[in-house]
Design a protein around this ligand. Sequence first.
Ligand SMILES: Cc1ncc(COP(=O)(O)O)c(C=O)c1O
Length: 383
Amino acid sequence: MALVYLGAMEWSEWRAEFPILQRRNYLNSCSLGALSRSALARVGTFHDEWHTYGASAWYEIWIGRLAELRSRVARMIGARDPEVALAASTSSALSVLGSAFDYTQRNRVVVAALDFPTVAYQWMVRPGVEVVRIPSDDGVSIDPERMAAAIDDRTAIVSVSHVFFTTGAIQQTRPIADAARRHGAFFLVDAYQSAGQVPIDVTALGADALVTGPLKWLCGGPGLAYLWVRDEWIHALRPGITGWFAARDQFDFDIDHFEFKSDARRFELGTPALPTVHSALGAQDIIARTGIVRIRERTSELTQHLLLRLAEHGFAVHGAPEPADRSALVMVPHPDPHAAVRHLAENDIIVDARPGYVRVSPHFYNTHDELDHFVQVLATARS
Ligand SMILES: Cc1ncc(COP(=O)(O)O)c(C=O)c1O
């Protein structure tokens, strides 16, 4: 049963919403956000409707849910409803978007060396496209001026993460956005690791497109991604990969004619994962009620506490030095991260490993005690 919340809740009150917190010390929200009762309730509603109405629920109910989700996403990132499309994954959203450009005049795509690899892969496999990777000077984030300087009239697309999956650093985007605009290049932001933990405003980012999804800090589960495209570009872009959800007259089933929808749904392909649409909506309720600004305050405070505890136990951290540039994704250098993660799991502490690092990611529902316990077990294993 969905809970009804009245007013702002204490942080500790949210914990009952997430059953995993009663079973484990769960500190891995940057891989998979915790499943909430609210998300589960929405999935239950979907199943009931499936039992009751079968396929007729599509027209009467579920198409409306897709619209509801696009609208929720638009609100969260400071965009308008018609600018948001649903995709099966970031990779499929980028494949469709990438297919809409002509690379004969502009053949370069500029990415950050710290970006999630799927971003570069989209263009590495396209014949004739040159992928330019901008290295990181400090191994933590990308100098935006250096990235801006790499953009020229040969650049079709420039892409950067809002929060880097490798370091948790929050990237400054404005100089990149300005340079992209000056040279007529398209500016894409991968916000998969920021949505749900850091406020997003597509106008402030200066982006032309943004990809994200419900899997991680939004706690909505796997099976979907979100693509936002700035209105001016929607009309200019005609994807070379498509499907019936992109067709203006989708339900005419006319095999002889195809015209793109006039809004961002022209980037959609086929039937979206309805269970995830519902779990994402349920989780979105919690994020909205909690408030992303408050979540950022809370996760910043938890991260600060974690860094202090780690320092007390002699652990270095690989990340942005300034709190304002730091998210709640924390990388702890470790000689054998996989062994450490296994040892922590034996103690009911769930974190993740990346080459050379233990990756820890507290969300708003975690506590100081959980972080203390994590550091203590990590330190004990070392000694
Ligand atoms: C920054 C970033 N982008 C994208 C993805 C996911 O891509 P996809 O939705 O194609 O699995 C991840 C998830 O691991 C990520 O951390």
